[in-house]
Design a binder for this molecule. Structure first.
Ligand SMILES: NC(=O)c1ccc[n+]([C@@H]2O[C@H](COP(=O)([O-])OP(=O)(O)OC[C@H]3O[C@@H](n4cnc5c(N)ncnc54)[C@H](O)[C@@H]3O)[C@@H](O)[C@H]2O)c1
Length: 434
């Protein structure tokens, strides 16, 4: 792996020592930028938020958040006095960069926005501190540092989970600071004001830490999904298997819920980027690539369970990639919808927060009305609590495929043909529950 030999490990910044931040500029006001900015404002800092999206900035100035996230509207309003929203880059001493790093057609990470932002910062203040919060491939920060030797870089990966983003920001599990500038590292510790463990490393290690975290979680999901398929085949209950292995502290219970697979704005694109990068270093990532393949196959597995027939009406319950958010980026529900539509099925959709181009109904009852099957794709509380009686009353055929293994009624007789993922499916059909 490339390592810069020209970077100074520490700079003389005695004048800055112990200084409280008074103003921070956050560039990119999407999920990460906005949540980070709110957290900084809550820590008492004055935050200028910059985004190219003028409409977004206008709405935010009025206190209207562009995303669905628990408590975000209240937090925005409570910190309004310390937050400014603008489309104009200000001259600043400290910039946090949280613009998107999407996937290119070849899977690699598109750094166009990050590079444009850094170029703009260097024009405004050639000696500014630049903190990358965007997920960027290992080596990116060091490369930028070489191109802009006067700027002072750090890479601080973001680990928030959509759905609990503000809570995660207020109580992070760790703060990873990747920089060769000790003074900047100290400033960042003060800025983020956390009691979480701080992992201070070089930028490339910080970048790889982020990709490794997401890849590991994806591997866990795909692992339990493979076990779920085997559980279906042999007649075992994957939820109990997950419980049984999760009690082992070496394994842990998190991310062991079998289902329709992962999606969202991070896992698929980060895995694609890491895999593409690894190829350039001729370092194959068999486990991670396997997780990705399993994830693709898992959606076909759900499709098989639906047994779709041309002309049928199928309700997709939950469209966002996870509950608590309206984020539809790479949502498994939308990928499943494409496959079903290609088979000539009419899809109705329902989601309490996300808006799509599907035939989306305003209520769950309208989505399942006259449906031949319903498929839970996001475990919103409303899906978990969907009573069997409603399925029986409203659907043409009361059939539920639980793509999140979340239905509270799964283990009781209820007159609904229920099928989970790896949950005694042979015995769940024809109302013979356990
Ligand atoms: N969403 C998550 O859960 C999450 C978690 C961890 C890390 N990340 C990473 O954080 C980064 C941002 O993700 P996000 O989900 O917040 O993205 P997002 O698409 O929600 O927001 C990005 C914002 O940047 C703005 N932008 C783009 N180019 C700009 C420019 N040149 N100047 C100013 N603004 C510009 C866009 O208008 C948009 O509002 C990505 O690298 C992502 O991988 C995301």
């Amino acid at each position: 792996m490339h390592k810069s030999s020209v970077l100074p490990y520490s700079r003389d910044r005695e004048n800055d020592k112990g200084r409280d931040e008074v103003q921070v500029t956050v560039i990119g006001t999407g999920y990460v930028g906005l949540v980070t900015a709110i957290g900084l404002a809550e820590n008492g800092h004055e935050v200028i938020c910059v985004d190219l999206n003028a409409e977004r900035m206008e709405q935010l100035t009025k206190g209207i958040p562009p995303i669905t996230e628990q408590g975000i509207e209240e937090a925005l309003q409570a910190n309004a006095a310390r937050m400014t929203f603008t489309t104009v880059y200000p001259e600043s001493d400290l910039y946090l960069v949280a613009v998107g790093t999407p996937e290119r057609a070849d899977g690699s990470c598109d750094l166009t926005a990050v590079e444009a932002v850094v170029a703009q910062i260097s024009r405004l203040n050639p000696e500014a501190n630049v903190v990358l919060k965007s997920t960027v491939p290992p080596g990116t920060t060091e490369r930028l540092q070489q191109s802009y030797p006067e700027l002072r870089f750090a890479m601080v990966p973001e680990f928030l989970r959509e759905g609990t983003a503000l809570a995660d920001n207020r109580a992070p599990s760790r703060l990873v600071i990747g920089t060769r500038d000790h003074m900047l590292a100290e400033r960042l510790e003060t800025l983020f004001l956390t009691t979480a463990p701080v992992v201070q490393v070089d930028p490339t290690t910080a970048e790889l830490t982020k990709y490794a975290a997401n890849s590991f979680l994806a591997v866990k999901i795909s692992f339990i999904n493979e076990i779920a398929r085997l559980a279906d085949a042999v007649g075992a209950d994957v939820a109990e298997v997950a419980h049984g292995i999760g009690l082992d502290p070496r394994i842990g219970p998190a991310f062991l819920r079998a289902g329709a697979g992962y999606g969202g704005s991070c896992f698929p694109k980060d895995i694609a980027a890491l895999t593409a990068l690894a190829k350039t270093y001729e370092t194959p990532l068999h486990v991670i690539e396997g997780a990705d393949k399993t994830n693709e196959a898992q959606l076909d597995y759900v499709l098989q369970k639906i047994r779709p027939v041309k002309g049928q009406r199928i309700a997709l319950l939950g469209l966002a990639f996870k509950p608590g958010t309206d984020d539809l980026r790479d949502a498994p529900a939308l990928r499943l919808a494409e496959r079903l539509e290609a088979l000539g099925v009419h899809i109705t959709g329902y989601d309490p927060a996300a808006k799509t181009l599907l035939d989306q109904k305003p209520t769950l009852d309208e989505a399942i009305a006259e449906a031949d099957a319903a498929v839970i794709m996001t475990e919103w509380d409303e899906m978990k609590q969907l009573e069997p009686e409603r399925l029986q009353r409203l659907m043409r055929t009361p059939r539920l495929i639980d793509g999140r293994n979340c239905w509270a009624y799964a283990d009781r007789p209820h007159g609904v043909e229920y099928e989970g993922i790896g949950r005694y499916n042979q015995t769940f059909t024809n109302n013979q529950i356990r």
